[in-house]
Structure formats: C-alpha cells, structure tokens
Ligand binder design. Sequence first.
Ligand code: CTP
Length: 418
Amino acid sequence: MINPVLESGEAGAPAGPGQALALAAGRRLALVVTGGVAAYKAAELARLLTRAGALVRTVLTKNAARFITPLTFEALTGQPAYLSQWTRRGLEIEHVALADWAEAAVAAPATANFLAKMAHGLADDLASTFILTASGRPVLAAPAMNSRMLAAPATKANLETLAGRGVEIISPASGPLACGETGPGRLADPEIIALSAIRALTPKDFLGRRLAVTAGSTWESWDELRYLTNRSSGLMGRELALAAWLRGGQVTLVGGPAALRPPELPGLASLTAESTRDLLSALETLAYDVLIMAAAPADFRPAAPIAGKIKKERGPTEMPLALNPDILKSLPRRPGGLRVGFAAEDRDILERAQKKLAKKDLDLVAANEAGGPENAFAAAESRVRLIFRDGRIMDLGRRPKFAAAWAILDAVAALRAA
Ligand code: CTP
C-alpha cells in the first residue's frame, strides 16, 4: 500500500507519532465541539491535525461557544468554523455541504447530552444535524464528562448504541476532573484522538492479524543498580507497532525498559521485558501470527549478578559474561506464521543479513547499518534493505523510521498474500 505522503519523505520531521500524524496530510476532517470544559482541548486537537497537514472544519454547539469561540478554530485551522445553520455564508445548506466535504467526523469533546442526541437521531442544531447527515462516513466520538454521568445507565446505553452502529468511541481517560472529582471522564489525549481519526481513514490490510513487535534494548543486571545494555531507542519497533495498528492489526509491542512507546491505544498492548531472557519468556506465551523482532536484545549478560551495590573499593576489574539465548532461534516457527528479523551490521550488510535469514529461519530481514555514516541506532531515520527468502533484495533508501516501518509492513502484507 504505497502511501504518497510517506513516500515523499519528511526528513527532519519529529520522531515518533509526529511521523504517523503526517498520514493526515490533505485529509478533510470535520471536528464537532460540544459544551464541556474540555472544549479547550479540542483546540489542541485542531492544531495537531492542521500542523500534520489535515484540513479541519469545526462545528461548535451553542454551549461549546461558552467555553471557546469559532474564531479560535478558524485561526488555528485556516478553515471555516460554524456555530449555527441560521447564519449562512452562502447559498449552500451547511450541514449537507460539510457532510459531503468531510471524509470523517470527530466529536470531541462529546458531552452526555450530545451522545444522547447522536444515539437517538435528534437534529436540533447544526452540530447534531451535521453528525446525522455524516453518518455514512467514519464517525468518532470522544466523550468527556463527570464520572457519574459517564457511569449512568442512560449514558452507557447510548454509548453501546453508538458503538453498535459503528461509531468509534474513544474511551475517556481517568484522572482529576473539572468538577473536582477524580475518575474516568477526562477527554482522551488529543494525540490519541488524532491517531484514531487517521486510523479510521486508513485501509485495514492487517485486520484480524495478530502482530508481536519487539523494540529497544534489554537490560542485563550487574548489580541492583547497574546494567549492561546498548544504544537502541526502540523507535523502529514503536513505529512498526503504530503503523500496524493504523492498518487494523491487533498489536502487542514488547519493549525493553527504556524503549520508546506509542500513546495508549485500544488494540495496541504495550508490555515491558527487562532482560533478553524476559523477552524470550514474554514471546513464548504470546499469541501472534506475525513476529517482528525489531528489538536489539543484549547478547551477553553479567555471568554472576551481584546483590546490592558494588562498592568501588571492592574494585572489580573484570565482568565475566554469559551468552544470552538467541530469541529467534529459540522460538519455534508457528504454523502459518511469519517471522521478520532485523540485522544490524557494521559491514558486509547484505551478506550477513542473508546468513541471518537462513540461520534464524526468517521470511524477511530488514537490514540496516549499526554505527558508521548510516547508523540506524537511536536515529530518527534509517536506510533499510529488505532481504527476502527467495533472494530478492529491496533497498528502501534512507527515510524516517515511520516511513520505513510502513514499507516493511507492505512487504509483510505481500508475503502473506503470496
Ligand atoms: N535477536 C534475537 N536474540 C538475540 C539477539 C538478537 O532474536 N539474543 C534478533 C534481533 O531482534 C534481530 C535479529 O535477531 O531481529 C538479528 O539481530 P542482530 O543483533 O543483528 O544479530 P545477532 O543474532 O545478535 O548477531 P550479531 O550480534 O553477532 O551480529
């Protein structure tokens, strides 16, 4: 699935979800803001999506405009923001024109009252009329309200009705609420809402597939405070997990203790494995169809870890090492499953990667340079070369890791189809 936005490359783009957000470029989104304190966070969402290149048009309810103004959204997005169907700018019928224009609609924050209107098909203002008209498109709702209102049987029933009709409910977070209480009801993080909207617009070629993606370095204890590790940041694994999630996969990311993480997303589980042996045990019990080993597990561990803290007066001058298990070699191939490995090499990259493919029984190896001028470790970009079982080699060129992850998944999807 060639993606023109990613293919164009955005060298220098911020690492992480910033690169994933670039998928919003050129997409047309309608943001419906309803009347809760969290309305101010909708401005952050509009800004995030606009900076990613999306076109965002906003509809505010009368009560939302008590908290924030249409002008805020017009200034942030450079697109019209609407308050009422009775102040028409032209001859178009706004709710219909907007529903024709928008590729998806996002209600954020969605109050209990607005969710009730959505669930029952009420259409007594521009926001509710628009959302009813837009019902053939992906519609997302991010509730925000007091915990007791959220737990009320009426709200729960409305949320169930909406979910049953295909509206994506973005679960509210837990924490301190504007009313002074603490509990569930906070508007989900704008980044989570933005990624969910992008996912709603992304073709789901990994739907129903379970992917295990490993990321980052493992830690091998020497004493209780010190450990042996390597420079892997976990960015490539994080981007692979995020890209697979956007494409509909059911993803488990297993990362080292310091590995970069995506935000908390439904359907993207995030586990931590401290040592290489912990990573192996985690994978042994995990259910998956596709294994992508982007982690850089430590190959060695201190042979005899020491309890407490080693004092410098004791001055150990040597650290005897033991060899860790090779995770890929230790994990048997699962029936119908795919195994993708990485190869981090400082020279003879293709030749060594080909050997790893055979030795570790892989379907695909993503080879990149460790150290040297094209070092991929802890870098935002990487030059990945894909090596297939049938001997094919594909040079992806140097690109941001999210774009590299996307292309690796294209290759995995093609293998699966073959
Ligand atoms: N890998 C693994 N178990 C290890 C070390 C690495 O399964 N103990 C996986 C990595 O996640 C990667 C692949 O094997 O997908 C190749 O990793 P790499 O570090 O390039 O190779 P090693 O097998 O560790 O060999 P060497 O370090 O000697 O090149």
